[in-house]
Each structure stands twice: as structure tokens, then as C-alpha cells.
Ligand binder design. Structure first.
Ligand code: SF4
Length: 235
């Protein structure tokens, strides 16, 4: 049964994926999107290889060593045992960061109401005119419900966008900042560049690093601060 082994792999140690925390990453297989630039086709299209018991055994040995656990994927909120897993992880004293594409607003709402995630990273793939072409899904409205709920909830979270130069241009980013501002998002907006040279779900071509050009970065940062009151961070 899929849910008996939903875990694709574990990264035992990371200093980069949970802000200011020492963490591990647990990746759950499967996703309801097919982002063309996705670096993890084997996780999105593949099956889990590790069962829950093994994961809990691993975590028991990391008590006092790790601060937190990043639950990622794929889209980890798709799994029916995610609530159970998060409760187990919390009971062991770990903080939880949840990575999500925002496509399951009711599940996110449920998890937040149960106070299970300590931090959420929400992917903002694109605005509606490009959403389907980039994600292979029609889930923008779901994303919007999740964003809207998280803004109203007081939950600690960040919004992040991956930029491939063929897919998201500077004017798209400005429109996305305007959208976040209209939604009354007040947190940090992370822009991460697509990393070339890795297999992707959609076999996308080479991305040009336009954000190495200082004038483009400065213009976007100025717009973020002066027009949209958003803290824009390139990483
Ligand atoms: S990048 Fe897209 S396809 Fe890949 S795991 Fe995230 S949401 Fe799924």
C-alpha cells in the first residue's frame, strides 16, 4: 500500500533548509503538480522506499542532535498519514518545517489548527496566466486559498518562487510582488534561481542568470520596498 512506504529518502543533516536550525529532511514521494523545472522527477513520479517505523527509529537517534525536521517532497500534504507522522515528530520534541506547493488548503488549515507546523515554506509558482504551463496543474485557486489562510492565521511562513529565465521574467516577478502585496502578505519573498545541469520533470533548457545583473536586482528590490512593502531576498 502506497501509504505504508511513502518516504522516498531522508537527508540526515542540513543547515540550509530550515532557517537558523539544524535539521534533517524527510521527502515523501508523489506530487499533484508536474512543474517543468522540478529537480526531483524520481520523487514526484516514484514510490516511497522507507517505511514510517524506520523514520521514527532514525529520529529517536537524533534527539538532542537536531532541532527540527523538514517535511518535503513531492507534496507531503497529499499523504493520509501526514497528521499522524507530524504528531509523532512533535512528540519527540522536534520542530517541524513543512514545504508545500499550497495545493491542499484544507489540509494545511487542519495542520495549522492542530499547531503541527512551526514554519511553512509556500511555493508561489506563478500567476494564473502561467500557472498551468509551469505546474501542469490547474491548482492556482487552491494555492490562493492556502496563501490567504496563512496570511490570516498568524502562522510563521515564507513565500518562495523558483525562477527559470524561459518561464518567469522580471515583469512576472513584479506582477507577483504586486499580487502578494494586494493579498496583504507582509513577510519575506524569496527568489531562488533554477540550478542548471540537473534532470527535470519537463526537461527544461538552460536558464540564464539574469539576477546576477545588478541593475535588474536593484530595480526589483526598489519596487519590492517602495511599491509593495515586501522584503525581497535572492538566494
Ligand atoms: S517542484 Fe512542482 S512537481 Fe516538483 S515537488 Fe514541487 S510542486 Fe511537485
Amino acid at each position: 500500500m502506497k501509504d505504508q512506504t511513502p518516504i522516498y529518502n531522508i537527508t540526515p543533516f542540513t543547515l540550509l533548509d530550515y532557517p537558523d536550525k539544524v535539521a534533517c529532511i524527510i521527502r515523501l514521494a508523489g506530487c499533484n503538480m508536474r512543474c517543468v523545472y522540478c529537480y526531483n522527477p524520481e520523487i514526484v513520479l516514484g514510490k516511497g522506499t522507507i517505511n514510517f517505523e524506520k523514520v521514527l527509529e532514525f529520529l529517536k537517534l537524533r534527539k538532542g542532535i537536531l532541532d527540527g525536521v523538514v517535511l518535503s517532497g513531492g507534496e507531503c500534504t497529499m499523504h493520509s498519514k501526514i497528521i499522524w507522522l507530524m504528531k509523532e515528530i512533535k512528540a519527540m520534541g522536534f520542530l517541524i518545517k513543512l514545504d508545500t506547493n499550497g495545493s491542499r488548503p484544507l489540509m494545511i488549515e487542519h495542520l495549522v489548527n492542530l499547531k503541527l507546523p512551526d514554519y511553512i515554506a509556500l511555493d508561489f509558482k506563478a500567476l494564473p496566466d502561467k500557472f498551468e504551463a509551469i505546474t501542469g496543474s490547474d491548482l492556482f485557486e487552491n494555492f490562493e486559498h492556502t496563501l490567504s489562510f496563512l496570511i490570516a492565521s498568524g502562522q510563521k511562513f515564507e513565500v518562495r518562487t523558483t525562477v527559470h529565465s524561459d518561464l518567469i521574467k522580471e515583469n512576472d516577478l513584479e506582477r507577483m510582488m504586486r499580487y502578494l502585496s494586494l493579498m496583504k502578505y507582509k513577510g519575506t519573498y524569496y527568489i531562488q534561481q533554477f540550478v542548471n545541469g540537473v534532470p527535470t520533470v519537463g526537461n527544461v533548457g538552460h536558464s540564464i542568470s539574469t539576477f546576477n545583473m545588478q541593475d535588474i536586482v536593484s530595480e526589483l528590490e526598489n519596487a519590492a520596498h517602495s511599491r509593495y512593502h515586501i522584503d525581497l531576498v535572492f538566494r
